[in-house]
Design a protein. Structure first.
Ligand code: HPA
Ligand code: ZN
Length: 315
């Protein structure tokens, strides 16, 4: 099964580039940039990756990204990810980034945008992988901040293909971001939103009906609402699911109880993704291995998942 997963051509549609920062790179960049981290070595970083829920992860994730300072840091981060997944037979990656995690630390737009762009271009040339960027808004911040961010991002409009919505979900329903999503739609961008990871099915309805998203990131809790599942299947809204993330953040009690197969059986275009690979213990193929094992997926189902990922790309 692992051989099959390795050889299949796949797309990754739900990966936060800041969540691909390897502990070793975090240490190296902290030294290079003279940033104080509350960890003395790599094993202390790894020991801190002990999450109870989404928020306990996010606290570490925002702290971890503080080591990213220069254009070269962003280049190195992006290049390391693209190398890693190209070796896993990922032919296309649609990659989230969080401007609002960088700008308040005094990092300029050009620093991260040009670092990402240079790595994506080099990887396309050297490895043949097709990398694309999706700009995410942090939902724990007010929409006014997202609107300001979006306006400034227009200078780099050609460097990203869509927008997303991430960070703390509960208490931050999608409708709070309807104006900025309308602007993104008007700018011709693709739209996605994290919904139903920890939040209720209602948030998935809002992402569809109020934001008008083309894809749902996670979507697990949509399974609790049959009418919603039928809607997602009918409108061919792809779900970008992340098994190891769900396990590590305890969004599912056990991987054997993961909602993936129920969605597939209902005719939903479900896909497998890594979310934050270094924090959750696996890149794309490790996510396929874990869910294939936990749900005893057949070869046909695994092929279907890889096919779904290519089908659900923004192009
Ligand atoms: N959910 C919400 N926000 C995030 C995640 C996630 O899984 N990863 C990085 N930011
Ligand atoms: Zn995510």
């Amino acid at each position: 099964m692992q051989q099959l997963i390795q050889t299949l051509k796949k797309a990754e549609l739900h990966i936060h580039i800041e969540g691909s920062l390897e502990p070793q790179m975090m240490m190296d960049l902290a030294v290079r940039n003279k940033i104080q981290l509350p960890y003395a070595n790599v094993s202390q970083i790894e020991q801190a990756y002990n999450f109870e829920n989404l928020q306990s992860f996010l606290d570490l994730y925002y702290r971890g990204m503080s080591v990213l300072q220069t254009e070269q840091d962003y280049y190195d981060l992006m290049m390391a990810y693209l190398r890693k997944v190209s070796a896993q037979n990922v032919v296309r990656a649609e990659i989230f980034f969080d401007p609002q995690g960088h700008l308040p630390r005094g990092i300029a737009w050009s620093t991260f945008m040009l670092g990402f762009e240079r790595a994506i271009n080099d990887a396309r040339f050297e490895l043949g992988i097709d990398g694309q960027l999706i700009l995410c808004f942090l939902r724990h911040l007010p929409e006014s901040d997202a609107l300001r961010t979006f306006e400034a991002a227009m200078e780099y409009r050609d460097l990203f293909i869509g927008v997303g919505l991430d960070s703390s979900e509960q208490g931050f329903p999608p409708h709070l971001f309807k104006n900025v999503f309308r602007e993104a739609k008007n700018a011709g961008l693709y739209l996605s939103a994290h919904a139903g990871e920890e939040g209720p099915a209602e948030y998935v309805w809002e992402a569809l009906d109020i934001l008008g998203v083309d894809r749902i990131d996670h979507g697990n809790n949509a399974i609790k609402d049959l009418e919603l599942v039928r809607r997602i299947a009918r409108d061919k809204i792809a779900l970008t699911m992340c098994p190891l993330s769900n396990q590590r953040l305890q969004s599912v009690p056990d991987l054997s109880l993961h909602q993936l197969r129920d969605f597939m059986d209902a005719g939903v275009i479900a896909t497998i993704n890594s979310d934050d690979p270094t924090y959750f213990g696996g890149y794309l193929n490790e996510n396929y291995f874990a869910i294939a094992d936990a749900l005893k997926l057949s070869e046909i189902e695994i092929r279907q998942l890889a096919e779904n990922s290519l089908l659900a790309c923004y192009k």
